[in-house]
Design a protein around this ligand. Structure first.
Ligand SMILES: [Zn+2]
Length: 120
């Protein structure tokens, strides 16, 4: 990501900790995720329950993500209920999200959108 250097190491890992934008809850430690480009639709940020209730939400197509292959890599993370075969990742503390995306058909891929988190 040339536009925001300092986030991705030469090896493709996150150089900074990944935090919730709202409450600064720690989501990922530095070096624990891999940068990945993939187009994923994430609904607009809201509380977890509202997210599940809203069937056809507004949102953004996001392309820059941190990819984690094991949910135990996360320091803190929450999930919505299944929405089709998708679970969205939310902040474990304030439950705002989605900050990321997980497909139930791919157990080893958890995506965290760079635009939806804070780096520190
Ligand atoms: Zn939070």
């Amino acid at each position: 990501m040339e536009s925001d250097s300092g986030l991705v190491s030469p090896a493709g890992n996150n150089m900074k900790a990944v935090l919730c934008q709202r409450c600064a809850s720690k989501v990922l430690l530095p070096g624990s995720a891999r940068y990945c480009r993939r187009e994923l639709f994430l609904p607009s940020m809201k509380k977890k329950n509202a997210l599940v209730a809203d069937g056809s939400p507004d949102g953004d197509m996001l392309t820059d993500h941190w990819l984690v292959d094991d949910m135990y890599t996360f320091e803190n993370v929450g999930f919505t209920k299944d929405i089709g075969n998708i679970k969205y990742l939310v902040c474990a503390d304030c439950e705002i999200g989605p900050i990321g995306w997980h497909c139930l058909e791919d157990k080893k891929s958890f995506y965290v959108a760079l635009e939806r988190v804070k780096h520190e």
